[in-house]
Design a protein around this ligand. Structure first.
Ligand SMILES: [Fe+2]
Ligand SMILES: [Fe+2]
Length: 290
């Protein structure tokens, strides 16, 4: 894929400056990759591979999440006065909808029952964009590791992981854009409104953490056979990769993959720190057997 060459010069960019804003919009537009989900070449799967694919519980949840995110992001473009940043947010909305379309195309090709969800209307442009963005920071981080493990273990055939590689890299771009946008946005506010913005972000992050903790607490507990719940699916999906897979190993792979994917972009953009930071602490304190 075409990416902006990483800039490893020590040059620091003033966050919130016009240069930061320009880089934010330009990096996003320059690294967009063209593909059409409906024209995707889907690989032939063996009966066993097909069964494994169909048995995964999260297809509907994944389509619904991408649909909500897509509608939320597309609407949030209206928040931006700057044409370049607005165009970048619109493009992200398009890419999220393309993720939903790709999942629907996969489901239709391999006969997995998935309903196309109705359009979602955000209640608050900014709060819903922040909620979706911070949610993506958690989900994408775990998705990077799960994707690498699925590829290494042969859980999915290589031809299928190749189809989803651009999606993973797009999610890395999305969260990189988002964390920089949040900082940029805060610094556009008058100084006296910035603490309130920080508090709102902290509250949203807490809600996202609480939701993941709730999911983590149910991990390993027997589920009712017919619940079919795929909530926070990136957090629970590692259980599908086999009994020997531990949370400790998952965190290790997520951290490495996050660094690898982020290293493709201009080093002057600020990196997501919160979720990798939490993961690094957990990785250090958890015994390897967990
Ligand atoms: Fe997405
Ligand atoms: Fe995304």
């Amino acid at each position: 894929m075409s990416v902006v060459p990483a800039n490893f010069e020590s040059e620091r960019l003033a966050v919130g400056s016009a240069e930061h804003r320009r880089l934010l919009g330009q990096f996003f537009l320059d690294t967009h990759v063209e593909y059409v989900p409906e024209q995707m070449h889907w690989p032939q799967l063996s009966d066993e591979e097909l069964m494994r694919l169909r048995s995964l519980p999260f297809w509907q949840e994944a389509v619904s999440t991408e649909n909500v995110t897509s509608n939320t992001v597309a609407a949030a473009a209206a928040l931006e006065a700057d044409p370049l940043v607005r165009q970048a947010i619109e493009l992200q909305g398009f890419e999220e909808m393309r993720h939903a379309r790709l999942l629907v195309a996969l489901a239709s090709h391999y006969h997995i029952p998935v309903a196309s969800p109705p359009p979602f209307t955000p209640r608050s442009l900014e709060s819903d964009f922040l909620f979706a963005g911070f949610g993506e920071c958690f989900d994408s981080f775990f998705a990077f590791g799960l994707f690498a493990l699925a590829r290494q273990s042969g859980f999915f055939p290589p031809a299928l992981t190749k189809v989803f590689e651009p999606v993973m890299q797009e999610e890395a771009r999305h969260i990189l854009f988002f964390v920089n946008w949040v900082k940029y946005r805060r610094l556009q506010l008058p100084w006296w409104r910035r603490p309130q913005f920080r508090l709102r972000c902290a509250w949203i992050i807490l809600r996202q953490v609480a939701s993941r903790v709730k999911t983590a607490r149910t991990m390993g507990k027997p589920q009712a056979a017919d619940t079919g719940s795929g909530e926070n699916f990136t957090l629970t999906a590692h259980q599908e990769l086999g009994a020997e897979m531990t949370l400790h190993r998952l965190l290790e792979v997520c951290l490495a993959e996050n660094d690898r994917r982020m290293s493709e972009y201009d080093a002057r953009l600020r990196r997501p720190r919160l979720v990798p930071g939490i993961a690094r602490v957990l990785f250090r304190v958890l015994p390897a057997s967990v």
